[in-house]
Write a protein that binds this ligand. Structure first.
Ligand code: ADP
Length: 333
């Protein structure tokens, strides 16, 4: 997996857990969502009742799982974690729901991928704190109503548009997590460096923050790799020079592009004169599957304003030419 991927790598959970904020006050940036959640949770605690169900939307690595844990901690309840793809049958979900204790938080990651029958069961649990479990098959089948203890559902999705209307309507609070500014990531890295006992100066952290694609998960991962370099090749202190040298070794450039991202842009600019070029042609040029180019590289290149999609194919933007240190033919822009 690429160093700049927003998805958690296998075996990365422990490293992530050590720097995960436990309370809302420790959660860096995202001021709007934080303030809204603070109000929701404080008022629920005062009323002594669970808050409305919470939906968190945003790209991978921006803090949805962390916030669900924080919600449970702030409410003083237990946390159960599952995910949409893990709930294949409604019976799976019924088992989880009926085992909750009052005040628990149930976190369902990738909730847009939950199977339809399970989704319908979830509706009644969310609304009335009860589920009808069907026992038996055929004409003899009967629905047995089961009580569910009052709980709070925290759903997370990277694709809010894929949620069904009825599902979305059942959340009383929807929080949108945005990409982080470099200054916010620097603050986040300062916190992580303290926890991990890494000595770093402001410039060193700024350098890492600028290459982290607006994503805390990437920032924390790059910090760990720069720490390795600082310990092995330098005096252990993360300075700007050390961060630059380390990230050069790992092929992460000053805008956070890795080797494949640059290969895509270079092919687009050098081989195809800036485009437009079709996805499959571009993929062949860099020796990758079209899916990989589309799902791994393009989201960030599009967001960074380096690539554009048009009806006739992919096009390099002026910023892409500049990033590669080339001058676009004057007729293009
Ligand atoms: P998601 O569930 O959205 O994919 P996570 O909640 O697992 O993202 O966050 C990924 C990593 O980034 C975790 O190690 C987490 O501690 C860290 N992180 C995310 N958001 C913040 C934040 N606002 N402040 C501090 N650390 C954060």
């Amino acid at each position: 997996m690429a160093l700049v991927s927003p998805h958690a790598e296998a075996g990365e959970q422990d490293a992530e857990a050590s720097v995960r904020p436990r309370r809302l006050a420790e959660f860096v940036a995202q001021h709007r969502v934080r303030e809204q959640l603070q109000l929701l949770l404080t008022s629920a605690l005062r009323r002594g009742a669970p808050p409305d169900h919470i939906l968190l939307c945003g790209s991978p690595g921006l803090g949805k799982t962390t916030l669900s844990m924080i919600v449970a901690a702030e409410l003083g309840g237990g946390l159960r974690v599952t995910s949409g793809p893990a709930i294949e049958r409604s019976g799976d979900l019924a088992a989880v729901l009926t085992s909750l204790t009052a005040g628990d938080v149930l976190f369902i990651d990738e909730i847009h991928r939950i199977a339809r029958p399970a989704e319908e069961l979830l509706y009644s649990a969310m609304e009335d704190f009860r589920v009808d479990v069907v026992v038996g098959k055929g004409p003899g089948a009967t629905a047995v109503p089961l009580e569910v203890e009052p709980f709070t559902l925290v759903g997370a999705t990277t694709r809010a548009g894929l949620l069904t209307g009825p599902m979305r309507d059942r959340f009383g609070f929807v929080g949108q997590l945005d990409f982080y500014h470099p200054a916010e990531l620097r603050e986040l890295l300062l916190r992580s460096a303290k926890i991990l006992q890494i000595s770093a100066d402001q410039e060193g952290l700024e350098e890492i923050a600028g290459r982290s694609r607006g994503t805390p998960r990437v920032a924390n991962r790059l910090l760990r790799r720069v720490r390795d370099y600082a310990e092995v090749r330098a005096d252990g202190v993360v300075t700007r020079e050390v961060a630059r040298a380390a990230l050069d070794v790992y092929d992460v450039d000053e805008r956070g592009l890795d080797r494949l991202d640059r290969a895509v842009l270079t092919a687009l600019v050098v081989s195809f004169g800036g485009g437009p070029v079709g996805l499959s042609t571009l993929a062949v040029a860099v020796g990758e599957q079209p899916d990989t180019v589309e799902e791994v590289c393009e989201p960030y290149l599009l967001r960074a304003g380096l690539l554009a999609r048009t009806a006739r194919g992919r096009v390099a933007t002026e910023a892409a030419w500049q990033h590669l240190g080339r001058t676009p033919p004057s007729a293009i822009f």
